[in-house]
Design a protein around this ligand. Sequence first.
Ligand SMILES: Nc1nc2c(c(=O)[nH]1)N[C@H]1C(S)=C(S)[C@@H](COP(=O)(O)O)O[C@H]1N2
Ligand SMILES: [Mo]
Length: 218
Amino acid sequence: MDDDPPAAESKLTRSKQRWASEQKFLTDAPGGPARDRLPPGQHLVRNWPVLDLGRQPDVSTERWRLNVHGLVSRPLTLDWSAFQELPQSTIRSDIHCVTSWSRYHNEWAGVSTRSLLDLVQPRDEARAVMLHGYDGYTTNLTLADFASSDAMIAHSWQGRPLTREHGGPARLIIPHLYFWKSAKWINAVAFLGADRPGFWEMNGYHMRGDPWRQERYS
Ligand SMILES: Nc1nc2c(c(=O)[nH]1)N[C@H]1C(S)=C(S)[C@@H](COP(=O)(O)O)O[C@H]1N2
Ligand SMILES: [Mo]
């Protein structure tokens, strides 16, 4: 059997064991065996910062509409009561903002994008969507990202209606991408034949925005 390792080595070994147990420096790809909860380059916050273009439109539920159009078989415009009548679901997700804060366990209630897709039936040529907010904001997603199983149009957070500053009465939630993809004050979803850049994507942000790959800027 080996003798005891030299003191320096054993100290390093202890450090490495501690890093391993803390999952330090671990940046496994999604689905990796020991995936950390906090994506690389992010730090945790307990509050919920507000980020937008500096205009927070005041949209009552009476005035709110969601217009779904473009490459779909059945375009439609939902008002608030039609939106509330769609199947409702809740999901829990973490928020990862490209400005480097993350916030764990947010509980959202709303309508899954899959329910919306069932209604409008995207045509075969549809490849991407552009989301439009009441403030003029736009952001793009591939159809696959928009259709992910935990994506939804949310009207509530932690059991209460979304506040105006956070995008109420309704916003998109795309948990697996940086939060700039989650359009606040959502007003329209346009189905497109090809992925095109939205507001931040035209201003240097990545087209996709996967936090686990640090797809921050293009
Ligand atoms: N309509 C709209 N949606 C938006 C934005 C915006 O300016 N307008 N900003 C995006 C950005 S950059 C981020 S980080 C999140 C912030 O959401 P929050 O203010 O609820 O934290 O909203 C995203 N959705
Ligand atoms: Mo952001």
